[in-house]
Design a protein. Structure first.
Length: 115
């Protein structure tokens, strides 16, 4: 039986991205040894989308929030800029840039959630 999911983020600057997850997003963590932090995530769900050509095997991580506008303001207070906000049929979305330059999706769903 599955007991959880473990998400991997590959980074050109893992120490800075770990500090961002710990200090900015305030995710709790455990040290797996030698400063290798593993972060607790909020409840999660997975969706399977059709893939366009060249997208097979592609994955994306979106952090979900219940109020995107308030979340963007809270991040701005920590000097974190979000990308452009877009309204989709399934929710309102933006991005957060990690110190390494990688981006995480952030969205407020307007669809029923699985949790």
């Amino acid at each position: 039986m599955m007991i959880g999911a473990h998400v991997l983020l590959y980074s050109k600057n893992p120490d800075a991205d770990r500090a961002f997850l710990r200090d900015v997003l305030e995710f709790r963590s455990v040290d797996a040894g030698g400063g290798w932090l593993i972060f607790a995530l909020p409840p999660a769900e997975v969706a399977v989308h059709p893939a366009d050509a060249g997208m097979e095997g592609h994955t994306a991580l979106y952090l979900m929030c219940d109020n995107l506008e308030a979340t963007v303001k809270a991040l701005a207070a920590k000097n974190i800029q979000c990308g452009a906000i877009a309204k989709e049929r399934w929710g309102i979305r933006t991005t957060i840039q990690l110190p390494s330059g990688s981006e995480l999706g952030l969205y407020q769903p307007t669809h029923p959630t699985a949790f």
